[in-house]
Design a protein around this ligand. Sequence first.
Ligand code: ADP
Ligand code: MG
Length: 278
Amino acid sequence: GLAVPTAIMVGTGLGAQKGILIKDAESLEIAHKVNTIIFDKTGTLTNGKPEVTDILSFGKMKEKDVLKIGASIEKGSEHSLAESIVKKADEEKLDLKSVVKFKAIVGQGVEGEIDKKKVYFGNRRLMDQHKISLSLYLEKIEKLENEGKTVMMLVLDKELVGIIAVADTIKDSSRDGIKALEKKGIEVVMITGDNKRTAKAIALQLGIKRVLAEVLPDQKEAEVKKIQLEGKIVAMVGDGINDAPALVAADIGIAMGTGTDVAIEAAGITLINKDLNS
Ligand code: ADP
Ligand code: MG
C-alpha cells in the first residue's frame, strides 16, 4: 500500500529538482505511454519574442507610415505580434495616431478607424474576409513566409498599402529536444495559428514532419482529439491562453513555466525552465 505513494513522492520530487513540476500523479503514470507529442509553435518551440524584420510600402505610402499606422492600430492588442510592432515604432520614435472602433479578431488580426479611414491589419484570412486581393504582391509575401516570417498586411479604406513581417527565433533547445523524442520513437507534431508556409519553414528547420497550421484558437482542442482518435496517447505542450483547452483535452498537458497562468492552470505538468529538453 505504501509503494505507490512513495513512488509518486520520489518521482515528483526528482522532477521538481529538474524543473519539472508534476501537479497530478495521473500525468506521471501516463507519461511513459505517450507516443505523440504536439508542440505549440509560438512561445513553446520559439522564444515567443518576435521582431520586425521587413516593412514594405505600396503606392504613395512611405515605409515609416506603414509602421506608424500598423503600430497605432496594434496598440490596443495584447498579442506578441502587436508588441513587436509597437516596440519597433517606439524605437523609431514615431508618434502614434489615435484609433476608434478598435477590435481584435482572434486568429486574424485587428481592425479600427484612424483619421476616419477604415484600417485592417492582419493575415491572409483577414484579407480574404474583406476581399482584399493580394495577387500583385503575392510573390513578395510568399518569399517572406518561406523564410519563416509571419506576414501582416495593412489595409486602408480597402486598399493594400503595406506589409510588415516579423520573425521569431527558435529556442536553442528545440532541435535537440525534438531529436531526443524521435529517437525514442515518439512522433512530434507542431500546431500553430500561423500560416502554412511560415509554419512549414520553421518545421523544416526543426526537423518536424507533421504540421498543423492555420488552426484557430478554438480548434486546437479538436485537433488533439483527432489525433487521439488515431489511437495515439497524446501529450500537448503549450504556453498560451489559446492552448489551454488543448492542454486539458490531451492525455497529458504540459505548460511552459514562461507561459500564461491559464495554460499552467490547465496543465498537469509545468516546465519551470523553458528548455525543451526537460
Ligand atoms: P499562435 O499563437 O498559435 O501563433 P494566434 O491564433 O494567436 O496563433 O494567431 C494566429 C495568426 O493570426 C497570427 O500568426 C497572425 O497572422 C494573426 N494575428 C493574430 N493576432 C494578431 C494581431 N494582433 N495583429 C496581427 N495579426 C494577428
Ligand atoms: Mg504559443
